[in-house]
Design a protein around this ligand. Structure first.
Ligand code: SIN
Ligand code: CO
Length: 393
């Protein structure tokens, strides 16, 4: 068993008050050493697979000489690639980026866990980029928070101030580049260095020699998605009611929408917005949707419903490490979601479920201690059989 990764030279409270969502922050030597979770050849191998999301970006020249200024001649290609793609690439000035590495290489979860002081429901995915000398994505900004963890090699990062996005931007074949920005951080990152970049913050990394970088990305709910989720939910659950106009009198304005109709629509929306239970269920479900697909794998032999009778005294239940999960209390009940599936259960399940969600394990004695132990045992059995919980000795 390798030593767990620990963040160094880093104060979580001070980071949250001074930097999170506010300003970029460099954590020099945040990790004393960094395991080689994946090498360039393995990353290239992954990018040949149909299900893996990957990109190659070629830059016009060795941009390391440039200062926050882009030029023409960038090229973006989307995977899956073939061996031929790599054979044709030049020696320098390109980068390969592969998404959801946390799904494909579960050991990389250790890197994600480093940032557990940010709620887990904010986590999106882990991306890995390999770059040759001069390779990089180009000057751009993102709408999400990211921690860049430098793996092997060195990369020069230039980062502007949050919110100061220059208006002049260039779109080149799917790449949206800032023409120029004023870097406030200009650093050559070395293995174990960590750089936090808030949303709407210009940044540009250029590889110095060959290098490999990890990006732990976070997501935030968007209002547009929220409305789409509500529409989805209503389609599945709401009985469809037609507008009725028994009140109707003869009208002289036959094309005017009358106040009764507007009130009917407004009442519908108000009733929904007052229903916290529904809003919580929708949010919980949405925020547990895995980036790619659930990595939970059901056991070969299903466990019987009465798990507490069949679980051996030395066996433990733990949460599947790659699953997306969250919980919330609603009207005296516990609502929780794992990988896009939502459960509603008695409040007495909160304590043990919360323990599972914070990485602890449960044993038979913990199940016995719950008031509705039979119902809890059934719930755990179904979570085990879906692969959301894992039984270990
Ligand atoms: C990279 O790893 O080169 C790109 C990461 C980013 O710009 O967010
Ligand atoms: Co970026």
């Amino acid at each position: 068993m390798t030593k767990p990764l620990v963040l160094r030279h880093f104060d979580k409270d001070s980071f949250l008050s001074n930097y999170w969502q506010k300003a970029p922050c460099l954590i020099k030597a945040g990790l004393s050493e960094i395991p080689e979770f994946i090498c360039a050849d393995e990353l290239a191998g992954l990018s040949l697979e149909e299900e893996v999301e990957s990109r190659i970006i070629c830059s016009p020249t060795d941009n390391s000489a440039e200062h926050g200024k882009t030029q023409d001649g960038w090229k973006l290609q989307h995977g899956p690639f073939d061996e031929n793609t790599f054979a044709k690439l030049p020696e320098r000035n390109w980068t390969l980026l592969v998404q959801t590495i946390d799904f494909w290489i579960p050991e990389t979860q250790q890197l994600v866990d480093l940032f557990n002081f940010i709620p887990r429901w904010r986590f999106d995915d882990l991306m890995v980029s390999y770059a040759t000398q001069g390779g990089g994505v180009g000057p751009h900004y993102d709408n999400y928070d990211v921690f860049l963890v430098q793996g092997a090699g060195e990369r020069r990062w230039q980062v502007g101030a949050k919110g100061k996005i220059p208006e002049e931007q260039k779109y080149i074949d799917g790449l949206k580049h800032l023409k120029a920005f004023k870097p406030e951080i200009d650093v050559i990152m070395q293995p174990g260095d960590i750089l936090y970049i808030p949303p709407e913050t210009a940044h540009w990394g250029v590889s110095v020699g060959e290098s490999l970088g990890y990006s732990v990305g976070f997501r935030a709910p968007q209002s547009r998605d929220l409305f789409a989720m509500i529409a989805n939910y209503l389609e599945e659950t709401e009985s469809n009611e037609f507008f009725e106009d028994v009140y109707r009198k003869k009208t002289n304005n036959s094309s005017c929408l009358e106040p009764e109709l507007i009130k009917w629509a407004q009442d519908k929306i108000n009733n929904l917005s007052k229903n916290q239970e529904v809003i919580k269920q929708i949010l919980s479900n949405h925020l547990s949707q895995p980036k790619l697909e659930s990595c939970a794998r059901p056991p070969e032999l299903p466990f019987p419903k009465f798990l507490k009778e069949t679980l051996l005294p030395d066996q433990k239940l733990t949460l599947n490490p790659g699953s997306y999960f969250n919980w919330v209390m609603s009207e005296g009940r516990l609502i929780f979601s794992i990988d896009g599936e939502t459960f509603s259960c008695p409040a007495t399940f909160k304590e043990p479920i919360e323990r599972l969600f914070s990485g602890e394990s449960l044993e038979v004695t913990d199940i016995e201690a719950v008031k509705e132990k039979f119902a809890f045992s059934d719930l755990l059995a179904s979570l085990v059989n879906k692969g959301y919980l894992i039984v270990t000795a």
